[in-house]
Design a protein. Structure first.
Length: 133
C-alpha cells in the first residue's frame, strides 16, 4: 500500500516550553508547574489540491439556491462546476502561544508512575481552518 493511500496529510510542530517560577509545587505525590508554550508548524497534503477537486451540478434557474449561487459565482454558465481547494504552496501554516499547567509524578504511594498531564489554554491561528497567515 502506498503512503498516500494510507494517510492523506502530514503535520509537524516545533516550539518551546518555559517553566514559569523558580520551584514547582507538590500536590500529593505529583509535581505541578506553570508553563509558557509557543510553537509553529505546518501541515500538507500528499496529493495536489487540484486532484481533490469536486464537481457539482449548478442550481436550476428557478430554484431557491439559484440567486445566491449566481451572486457568488457570476461567471459560471455551465450545468456543472468544479471547485478545488486553494493551493497554499502545498502546506498550511499554524502558530500558537499560551499557558499550560504541567503535572508529572506517581499516581499512588506504591511507586507506579502516572501519566503526565498537560492542560493548557494556547491561542493561535492556522491557515488550514482560519484562512489567515
Amino acid at each position: 500500500m502506498k503512503v498516500n493511500e494510507l494517510a492523506q496529510s502530514a503535520e509537524f510542530q516545533a516550539g518551546i516550553v518555559i517553566r514559569l517560577g523558580k520551584q514547582p509545587w507538590r500536590k500529593g505525590p505529583r509535581v505541578r508547574m506553570p508553563l509558557f508554550v509557543a510553537y509553529f508548524g505546518a501541515s500538507g497534503n500528499f496529493t495536489l489540491p487540484s486532484v481533490k477537486g469536486k464537481v457539482f451540478k449548478t442550481p436550476e434557474v428557478n430554484s431557491a439556491q439559484s440567486a445566491l449561487f449566481k451572486s457568488r459565482h457570476p461567471n459560471v454558465t455551465t450545468a456543472y462546476v468544479g471547485f478545488v481547494p486553494p493551493d497554499r504552496e502545498r502546506f498550511y501554516r499554524m502558530w500558537a502561544a499560551g499557558f499550560r499547567l504541567g503535572s508529572s509524578g506517581r499516581d499512588s504511594q506504591d511507586g507506579i508512575h502516572g501519566a503526565d498531564e498537560d492542560n493548557g489554554l494556547p491561542h493561535g491561528q492556522g491557515s488550514g481552518f482560519s484562512g489567515y497567515l
